[in-house]
Design a protein around this ligand. Structure first.
Ligand code: HEC
Length: 99
């Protein structure tokens, strides 16, 4: 019992960092449909700016993370904090850089 508990805690620390495969698929769909509605599909820009790797190259992860997590006040970019945890947002930023 105790071993399982220790493994559980270990897994929480390590596994919590990257969304699981099923969740990654959901996030992928979200990027297409939710983000794509403003940023385009592929996200070359629309109501929101381009999120293609070349457009993001000069922008650091913290800036992009903040835009997704908190939105941009005074613009159409909403906060995604109610729907995405920090690890999921980090995953999305990494995903956008790989397109
Ligand atoms: C309702 C329209 C809308 C939706 C939906 C939307 N965005 Fe945005 N997004 C914007 C706008 C407009 C901006 C530009 C804000 C500004 O002028 O600073 C923006 C900015 C951003 C930025 C900052 C880009 C930069 O160059 O600084 C990122 C990253 C981003 N959005 C990611 C996302 C992701 C990921 C999603 C989906 C989870 C999403 N957006 C959904 C409208 C939207």
């Amino acid at each position: 019992m105790r071993l399982a508990w220790i493994l559980g805690v270990f897994c929480f620390g390590v596994c919590a960092d990257e969304p699981g495969a099923a969740r990654q698929q959901e996030l992928e769909n979200m990027l297409k449909h939710d983000c794509g509605s403003c940023h385009g599909l592929p996200p070359k820009g629309g109501l929101g700016p381009s999120l293609m790797p070349d457009a993001l190259a000069g922008k650091n992860d913290a800036l992009l993370f903040d835009a997704i997590r908190n939105g941009r006040a005074g613009t159409a970019m909403p906060s995604w904090r109610p729907f995405l945890n920090d690890a999921e947002i980090r995953w999305m930023v990494g995903r956008l850089r790989q397109r």
